[in-house]
Write a protein that binds this ligand. Structure first.
Ligand SMILES: [Ca+2]
Length: 94
């Protein structure tokens, strides 16, 4: 758990090269490098831009650490949902 949180932080920092925000290019690289197994459309820069616009709560065209955490939270929810659904399906079947 601690390792996972450290990875979240160090991945953001290395992707932003130590800055507070990811620009579009850095965000796109991060998504393609880190989330291609979890997300569809990571090979579409248009889709990634749409995703970025959705995360960009303060509309500054960049992804802050907080906005990045929104994405992580969303992905964590998806993983949790799929696990919950499959365990429900298992209990329904029994
Ligand atoms: Ca922003």
């Amino acid at each position: 758990m601690e390792g996972a949180i450290k990875t979240l932080v160090t991945t953001f920092i290395s992707s932003s090269r130590g800055k507070d925000n990811l620009d579009s290019k850095s965000f796109q690289k991060l998504v393609q490098k880190q989330f291609s197994g979890m997300m569809e459309d990571t090979n579409s820069s248009k889709k990634i831009k749409e995703m970025q616009a959705g995360l960009d709560a303060n509309n500054d065209g960049k992804v802050s650490f907080q906005e990045y955490l929104t994405l992580i939270g969303y992905l964590a929810n998806c993983v949790s949902d799929s696990k919950t659904n499959s365990s429900q399906a298992a209990s329904d079947a029994s």
